[in-house]
Design a binder for this molecule. Structure first.
Ligand SMILES: *Cc1c(COP(=O)(O)O)cnc(C)c1O
Ligand SMILES: [Zn+2]
Length: 470
């Protein structure tokens, strides 16, 4: 229904009227700070910050049923600022005026039912949410849409003349940051990304380069890049675009809102599986479902299962050993999650102990399994990346551990696009993995092109084609 042809009353009903009172709140000491500044850690105790709306309770004046109706209606109308993740405006960053919202086509990614043979192979029916179908081809665009809308708002509100956005990245954060920042005014906003040399795929490297960002490569792994941008953001005037910045988390919560909406808000027996790298995504997913539950938009919280590779498994070890320590990562094809000391771990710890005690699990998978399930998924009509393969392997592992019960609705997060990680597929097909990956290709999954002359008869012979009788 065209928005303009709706009655004035109907229009008004769908438009946000909520007056938010947003603040940064320290995870540890509880101090709060006004939202109209750039903060990434508590100035007093250096702990992580989250963003809260002190007027959130007012949203409860609208019933859960009414919210469901509003969100469903918004999906049908053509109102620019309510597209994308801001369809859930009141739950993202309702301090931002509608005119300042940046929408580049992110969000509302499809949920696709896993192919029947694939489901049989894995051991249960499941759905895959394709977050690789975002503008820069990963879920990072969700958090970048909220962060860059916040920058846009801040620049206008505080008359900022110069701003340098910076991030460390395993590839996709830099692709998303560079894309979204390049939409803002040149001359005012500059974008810089810090990458671990040789540890992002060539497709991922091409993205910030193509968006015109300044790309800095340093030796080491993601954790080394992260330390540098953390120090830069504490001591220099830069805007940090990693998920340590809670404005990123706010946008990434939309992933949960969408799953809920795509399942008609029926979250009973729902299990959501998420790969864990820096732990920003799994934090956002849990916070998102919590919002919905608090507003009675969903009947219950889903079960959350985190997945890690054995080569980068600090959260899995914490889950098993009840003690957290960082790990030294080894080479992983789930490279976007190859992180030994996840920045958002304290948030995960808090959410699990306060809200998801008996609904949170972590499983570990091998590199061999990650490649196998990525290739199997894609041979069955899907488009999952290595992290998606990791997560599908995680379904199998979770079934083995008894974390998923019969009759559950299982949703797997495929966090980016297959094409970004085609290099690993190539290494598999050519059996060229360096030893450290511990991957031995399985013959039945191999594929390669065949060179033939441009001849109908030769090609027909090669394909064993039968001639049509005339
Ligand atoms: C960033 C990323 C992850 C890990 O998400 P975190 O928020 O760092 O835990 C997983 N998959 C892909 C494709 C990513 O880009
Ligand atoms: Zn504090």
């Amino acid at each position: 229904m065209p928005y303009s042809s709706m009655s004035k009353e109907k229009q008004k009903e769908l438009m946000p009227t909520h007056k938010a009172d947003m603040v940064f709140e320290c995870l540890e000491c509880g101090r709060t700070y006004h939202i109209d500044q750039f903060l990434y850690i508590c100035p007093k105790c250096k702990s992580l910050l989250k963003i809260i709306d002190k007027n959130f309770y007012q949203l409860k004046k609208v019933s859960g049923e009414e919210w469901r109706r509003i969100f469903d209606f918004r999906k049908m109308i053509n109102c620019e600022f309510l597209k994308g993740i801001f369809l859930f405006y009141e739950l993202i960053l309702p301090c931002i005026p509608s005119d300042d919202i940046i929408y580049l086509g992110e969000g509302h990614t499809p949920i696709v039912r896993a192919n029947e043979d694939l489901a049989e192979l894995v051991g249960t029916d499941f759905f895959i949410k394709y977050d690789g179908l975002n503008p820069s081809a990963s879920f990072k665009d969700r958090g970048m849409a909220s962060a860059v809308s916040f920058i846009n708002y801040s620049i206008k509100k505080r008359n900022i003349k110069q701003l340098l956005g910076i991030c460390a990245s395993t590839g996709d954060t830099s692709a998303a940051a560079a894309l979204y920042l390049s939409y803002l005014k040149k001359g005012v906003v500059k974008s810089v990304v810090l990458l671990p040399q040789g540890k992002v795929t060539s497709q991922q490297l091409s993205q910030p380069l193509g968006s015109g960002a300044t790309v800095i490569e340093i030796p080491g792994v993601f954790d080394d890049c992260m330390k540098i941008v953390e120090e830069l953001s504490e001591n220099y005037e830069v805007f940090l675009l990693n998920s340590k910045n809670p404005v990123r988390i706010m946008g990434q919560k939309s992933y949960s809102y969408e799953i809920a909406q795509q399942l008609d808000f029926d979250t009973r027996d729902l299990v959501v599986l998420i790969p864990i790298g820096n732990a920003g995504n799994i934090t956002a997913v849990m916070e998102g479902f919590l919002d919905l539950h608090r507003l009675e938009i969903i009947p219950e919280l889903p079960q959350i299962i985190g997945i890690q590779s054995r080569h980068a498994n600090p959260v899995f070890r914490w889950y098993k050993e009840k003690q957290y320590h960082s790990v030294k990562v080894r080479p992983s094809v789930a490279q976007a999650a190859m992180i030994g000391d996840p920045v958002s771990f304290p948030k995960v710890f808090r959410l699990v102990s306060e809200n998801f005690q008996d609904k949170f699990f972590v499983v570990e998978v091998t590199e061999q399994e990650i490649m196998r399930y990525m290739l199997e998924a894609n041979r069955h009509g899907h488009i999952v990346c290595t992290q998606g393969g990791e997560t599908i392997a995680g379904v199998k592992a979770a079934l083995r551990e008894g974390y998923i019960s019969r009759g559950s609705k299982v949703v797997v997060d495929s966090t980016s696009h297959q094409l970004k990680f085609s290099g690993f597929q190539q290494m598999y097909f050519e059996n060229k993995f360096p030893k450290g990956y511990e991957i031995i290709p399985d013959k039945v999954l191999l594929n390669s092109p065949t060179q033939l002359p441009a001849s109908v008869s030769e090609i027909a012979r090669f394909l064993h084609l039968k001639k049509i009788k005339k």
